[in-house]
Design a protein around this ligand. Structure first.
Ligand code: GAL
Length: 412
């Protein structure tokens, strides 16, 4: 099929669903109207509880106090990253005598409330982790049988976001019921707590996911397995998202986001071009931007990429439309994301992993018909900023793209 014909079919199907979705009831807690942004410890720090041998990278209050300080002093909060989130392994092995959750007393000697106050005093918000089953994935006490009590504990401590995992559930019905009950319990506390679920990831293994229902209860949700610090992992997540886009894209919108998992930019596994690809695609996919890296030792290049305000603006666009893959042609993937102003973000990834930069030929007819301009102004945002200037319907733009890299453009 001609690219232009294919494109028209695809964007009308997807945008049709997106318009249809405006009738869908999203979780009405008024939160996460744009994708949540922040830092989450899991991918980089995992479940390191050995503070004797790993004093600077174990999961303890020091690590989070240092990250909080750096998020403020090094421009992260200002750039929009406001949630500082702890993942699994913060808990003591048992609940207290009143069945309340408690942080590990050796690693969090002041308790969780004290750490959260420290984070709030710096103008940040705090995210915590729990699990719908009777244990967390790493084996700490889970929330099953205690949804109401745990929601109240989190509210009392001042928690602003809950990542709710799905390990150790009994039946699919119990899993879904647990996610719904926790949503209602959080609501009843009266505190604003963003609710980040993994319901589809677990349910998908058994049945077709009802995204209308998921979006009624959750502000964001993981669909697939964990990201790791590798190009293979980033590619897999991007490709599954594209393969399921007719299901996923219509489910997303203000207050409800598909979560392709953490940004691994600034770690060990991705080349700079691959980091650009992750940043560009996570912006196009309207994904939560939760970095998992070590902000104490991150390069200037990765910092600039993660803090790029024009790229963040595409991710945080108030329209909240999740972008979709429009074309897969000649070793290039092209995605687009309509923006509130009538402008359009386009990403082009060079999937050929041999050789040097290759030209992608872009014409006006290839992109979204709803784009407000006929002659459009084109700005390249990534990998470097460059103004192509005006571009009319009869012109072809020659865009060089590095192997496994991405060019992110804004057309307006
Ligand atoms: C996984 C989850 C990860 C991380 C981990 C903690 O199930 O997907 O993101 O939270 O559990 O044990």
């Amino acid at each position: 099929m001609e690219p232009a014909v294919w494109k028209r079919l695809l964007s009308s199907v997807i945008l049709g669903f997106v318009l249809y979705r405006s009738d869908v009831t999203a979780l009405k807690n008024g939160l996460a109207l744009t994708p949540p942004m922040g830092w989450l410890h899991w991918q980089r720090f995992l479940c390191q509880t050995d503070c004797k041998n790993y004093p600077t990278s174990c999961i303890n209050d020091q690590l989070f106090m240092q990250m909080a300080d750096i998020m403020v002093s090094n421009g992260w909060l200002k750039a929009g990253y406001k949630y500082l989130c702890i993942d699994d392994c913060w808990l003591a092995p048992h609940r207290d005598k009143n069945n309340r959750l408690q942080a590990d007393p050796d690693r969090f000697p002041g308790g969780m409330k004290k750490l959260i106050d420290y984070v709030h005093d710096r103008g940040l918000l705090f995210g915590i982790y729990q699990d719908v089953g009777n244990k967390t994935c790493a084996g700490f006490p889970g929330s099953r049988d205690f949804y109401e009590l745990d929601a109240q504990t989190f509210a009392d401590w001042g928690v602003d976001l809950l990542k709710f995992d799905g390990c150790y559930y009994d039946t699919l019905e119990a899993l879904k019921e647990g996610y719904r009950r926790m949503a209602m319990a959080l609501n009843r506390t009266g505190r604003d707590i963003v609710y980040s679920c993994e319901w589809p990831l677990y349910a998908r293994q058994i049945e077709q996911v009802n995204y209308t229902e998921v979006a009624e209860y959750c502000n964001s949700w993981r669909n697939f397995g964990d990201i790791d610090d590798s190009w293979a992992s980033v590619k897999t997540i991007v490709d599954i998202t594209a393969a399921l886009q007719e299901e996923l894209v219509p489910a997303a919108g203000p207050g409800a986001w598909n979560d392709p998992d953490m940004l691994v930019i600034g770690n060990f596994g991705l080349s700079f071009d691959q980091q650009v690809t992750q940043m560009a695609l996570w912006a196009i996919m309207a994904a939560p931007l939760l970095m998992s890296n070590d902000l104490r030792e991150i390069s200037k290049e990765s910092t600039a990429l993660l803090q790029n305000q024009e790229v963040i603006a595409i991710n945080q666009d108030p329209l909240g439309t999740q972008g979709y893959r429009l074309l897969k042609v000649n070793g290039f993937d092209m995605w687009e994301k309509p923006l509130a102003s009538g402008a359009l973000a386009i990403s082009v990834t060079n999937r050929q992993e041999i050789g040097g930069p290759r030209y992608f030929l872009l014409s006006r007819a290839m992109v979204w018909d709803g784009l407000a301009c006929d002659t459009c102004y084109v700005t390249q945002l990534l990998p470097t900023r460059y103004e192509y200037g005006y571009f009319n319907a009869s012109q072809v733009l020659k865009v060089p793209v590095n192997p496994s890299g991405t060019v992110l453009l804004r057309l307006e």
